[in-house]
Design a protein around this ligand. Structure first.
Ligand code: AQP
Length: 326
């Protein structure tokens, strides 16, 4: 069975961009792949976090993994910091990554822009991500489009390691949706929907209540025309809403365009809000039914399973790089 690895950061509130771009694919892959899904708490530390909030968000995200339909009997769900091999391999990979390569990462450039002090961790983040993936000899990595460049670097690092030290890592393939890999902000549809945007109306969170979801959709930016059609250049706001409708209903975009032909933006928004509220209600109900103890027990078992695989890879890497084993 082919292996799958992906992670989500326990920062802020998980939104429908995270869900449609990445997490929903996790559920679809769990039946015919060997899957590892991680709450990447070490990545979260690359920017300042309130320690108490980070702990809560870590458990919340693990619970959301379960609430969206991941089955811990089929997949391994764990917290990154529970498996020390991630941080260890990240160091080893940093030693074969070039400063220039990391300097070219657009996410680093965006996240460090205008900041007075930026952590070294934010700079070396892609090496930790490469370690996450390579430890599990991952074949496929389901992620949103914003992670494409990091995945490309992971592939380069894996190939470099294999060339220098002998065949070790599987070179992973990104799994990026052709449609819906970049959900845009509701308030500025030229930017991606994001947890860290200061305006909470830019996103719809998986745990938002129905009245807030409706408010956010009704306030979403559109344009001064009235035609409902997909046109990312001229009508990014409407295109984003159409995309969301299409993804949540699993209708194709032409069908959605036909459905709303001749109708106003108000109708599209109202029906989209109905659909999102209905789909998220299932996740929210599942989430409510999960006890904290159960979530913690899933994470404990997950860490044990993940560690067994990760330690094996790490041992091989250390030996190949010339470190002696205990
Ligand atoms: N807008 C998006 N559309 C589609 N996919 C998205 N992802 C994120 N935003 C969108 C995908 O969600 C997964 C988890 O993301 P993450 O938590 O690792 O961090 P991120 O990419 O940095 O997500 P955010 O929400 O945008 O956080 P901030 O604001 O902190 O930058 C990834 O697979 C990601 O591609």
């Amino acid at each position: 069975m082919k292996r799958v690895f992906s992670g989500v950061q326990p920062t802020g509130d998980i939104h429908i961009g995270n869900y449609l771009g990445a997490m929903r694919q996790f559920v679809k892959l769990q039946d015919d792949h060997e899957c590892f899904f991680c709450v990447v708490d070490l990545h979260a530390l690359t920017v300042p976090q309130d320690p108490k909030v980070l702990k809560e968000k870590t458990i919340e995200l693990a619970a959301l993994y379960l609430a969206i339909g991941l089955d811990p009997k089929k997949v391994t769900i764990f917290v990154q910091s529970h498996v020390p091999a991630h941080a260890e391999l990240a160091w080893l990979l940093q030693c074969i990554t070039y400063f220039g390569e990391l300097s070219r990462m657009t996410q680093f450039k965006e996240k460090s822009k205008g900041k007075e002090s930026v952590s070294v961790g934010l700079f070396t983040y892609p090496d930790l991500m490469a370690a996450d993936i390579l430890l599990y000899n991952t074949h496929y990595v389901p992620v949103g489009e914003d992670q494409k460049q990091h995945l490309e670097l992971t592939r380069n690092i894996a190939q470099r390691f294999n060339n220098r030290f002998g065949e070790t890592f599987v070179v992973p393939e990104p799994m990026i949706l052709k449609f819906g890999a970049r959900i845009m902000s509701l308030t500025d549809p030229t930017k991606k929907m994001s947890k860290s945007d200061e305006d909470p109306y830019n996103r719809i969170n998986l745990l938002d209540d129905p009245s807030l979801i409706r408010k956010k959709i009704m306030k979403a930016v559109t344009d001064s025309e009235s035609e409902i059609r997909l046109d990312w250049d001229k009508k990014p706001g409407v295109s984003n809403l159409l995309t969301l409708y299409s993804l949540f209903t699993e209708m194709n975009v032409e069908e959605v365009e036909n459905k709303f032909k001749g109708q106003g933006y108000g109708t599209l928004k109202k029906e989209l809000a109905d659909v999102i509220i209905e789909k998220l209600a299932v996740i929210q109900q599942n989430y409510k039914e999960l006890s904290r103890d159960y979530v913690l027990s899933v994470l404990k078992e997950g860490a044990q399973k993940a560690e067994a695989v990760a330690e094996n890879t790490l041992k091989e890497v250390k030996e190949k790089m010339g470190l002696i084993l205990r």
